[in-house]
Design a protein around this ligand. Structure first.
Ligand code: SAM
Length: 481
């Protein structure tokens, strides 16, 4: 790869002679040339700037000087072994610069500017495949806008920004770009594996924290797991820290993680951090108490999800009757208005505006109030007791972790509840005995199977497994549901 940097401060780029980049330029895959823009001036004062047309503060870099410089440098092409550095001043402007001058070669003109698109690792990876990179460093108020416009029509041009702040000149941005691109060229970084797990790599996450010896320094120890030599455990620990760090520092990166980038074991930590894997990739999920305004969105959610886990054999009519009686907007308005009797929790996905799941729990009004069904009363004997009557999640969020978040938050809310001043002793639920997925879920949420109950719906006898647990012995363990 050939890189040309044009600047009014060539000495500013001297650090490129050092370290890996210096080595790559001396004997490796890089031809690096730094040019003094003033070599293309034609007046005795070697003027590169003029006052802004239309008025205003500062000076603007002249398009005619930049035009001569860039024509020359771009025309020199990717494989010109003796590009005109000092000698450029004597050269006439190069010929046509239209991308056809060097057929088959990819040339990119990169112009640093705070108004450019933010430079990312993806862009850097892309630029590392170019044959010829020309970087035009601005100073003062920047380069006359016609320069980018003119070359933009003739050669691949990238106006890029190093970040949302303003530097005095483009040299620092050029240094950063060269370093980021050149380290990706084959043979530049000694151990290419070290590029694989880095921040902004294919994983889409920030890198985990790294440590070296001594294992104890100023009272701070290297995390134990890293000393154990257990590769799988170390990998999991690192992945968890990368997810945590990304969630805390760059939630935007987490938000753009696709489902294919989420690996086994990620969901637990994502859920703990308030994120889940929705149908459109990783998304921030929130569980909160229902408010009266939710009724209109809760009823359709409940009506859509209830049939998915309804007891087998329940006919359509009975189902519709149940929904009309128990899951209408009016019923949800009642549930949401009566905080002494009901606890409603809703799960939503940030940005979607949709409710993705909910729970409905029924509290006793007195300490001694037994579960309404006699067979449950016999097997769940602690008091006061509440029933977790509904926990439903839209099917597209079934593997997202939202159900577990809903369960955790519901148990936390029930732990706060008081019945005649007393905390709840137990929460019970009934679930179709043949729904193995549900049984597994409740077991993992710390519920214990107490027995069964029988009940009648639409003239049919149904059987449920009854599970119970204290509301807040400990939060349910992190798990994938
Ligand atoms: N007037 C310009 C503006 O507000 O957009 C700022 C000009 S700045 C003082 C001078 C030069 O520094 C720019 O032409 C560019 O080369 C460089 N520069 C400043 N901030 C930069 C950034 N965040 N990224 C890339 N280059 C930057």
């Amino acid at each position: 790869m050939r890189i040309d940097v044009v600047t009014i401060f060539p000495d500013y780029l001297a650090p490129l002679e050092l370290s890996l980049i210096g080595r790559a330029a001396a004997a490796g895959p890089l031809q690096l040339q730094i040019h003094d823009l003033r070599a293309w001036t034609k007046d005795p004062h070697r003027t590169v700037d003029d006052s802004p047309v239309g008025g205003g503060a500062g000076m603007v870099m002249k398009p005619d000087v930049w035009g001569r410089a860039l024509d020359d440098v771009l025309a020199s092409g990717p494989s010109d072994p003796s590009p005109g550095t000092g000698e450029c001043s004597g050269r006439e402007p190069g010929g046509v610069v239209d991308g056809t001058t060097h057929p088959g070669a990819r040339t990119v003109l990169a112009i640093p500017t705070p108004s450019g698109i933010p430079l990312t690792q993806r862009t850097v990876e892309d630029l590392a495949t170019a044959d010829h990179l020309v970087i035009a460093c601005g100073r003062y108020e920047g380069i006359d806008a016609r320069v980018a416009e003119h070359y933009g029509d003739r050669v691949e041009t990238l106006e890029f920004s190093l970040g949302d702040y303003v530097l005095n000149g483009g040299e620092v941005a050029a240094l950063a770009l060269v370093e980021a691109v050149v380290r990706l060229l084959p043979g530049v970084v000694g151990n290419p594996e070290s590029l694989e797990e880095e921040s902004h790599g294919a994983a889409g996450l920030l890198e985990y924290p790294v440590y070296t010896r001594p294992v104890e320094w100023r009272g701070l120890a290297v995390p134990e797991v890293l000393l154990g030599g257990h590769h799988a455990r170390i990998a999991r620990w690192r992945r968890d820290r990368a997810l945590e760090r990304t969630a805390a520092r760059r939630p935007d990166l987490l938000q753009s993680l696709g489902a294919e980038q989420v690996v086994r074991g990620d969901r637990e930590v994502l859920n703990r951090l308030g994120w889940g894997l929705g149908p459109a990739g990783v998304a921030r999920m929130r569980v909160r108490r229902g408010i009266p305004d939710d009724a209109a969105r809760l009823a359709p959610l409940a009506a859509a999800t209830f049939p998915l886990a309804a007891p087998p054999g329940l006919d359509e009519e009975a189902l519709a009757a149940f929904i009309a009686e128990n899951l209408s907007v009016e019923r949800f308005e009642d549930y949401l208005a009566d905080g002494a009797r009901y606890v409603v929790m809703v799960g939503e996905v940030e940005g979607s505006g949709e409710l993705a799941g909910y729970t409905l729990s029924v509290l006793p009004l007195s300490v001694g109030e037994p579960p309404y069904a006699a067979d449950v009363e016999a097997i769940v004997q602690e008091r006061p007791t509440a029933e977790l009557s509904k926990i439903y999640v839209r099917p597209e969020f079934h593997s997202s972790g939202l159900a577990r978040m809903l369960m955790a938050q519901t148990l936390a809310a029930l732990a706060e509840a008081r019945v005649e001043g007393e905390p709840l002793a137990v929460v019970w639920l009934g679930t179709n005995a043949r729904n193995r997925r549900a049984q597994k879920f409740y077991a993992r949420c710390g519920y214990e199977r107490r027995g069964g109950r029988r009940f009648w719906v639409g003239g049919r006898e149904m059987s449920d497994a009854v599970w119970a647990r204290p509301p807040l012995e400990s939060a349910p363990p992190a798990m994938a549901d």
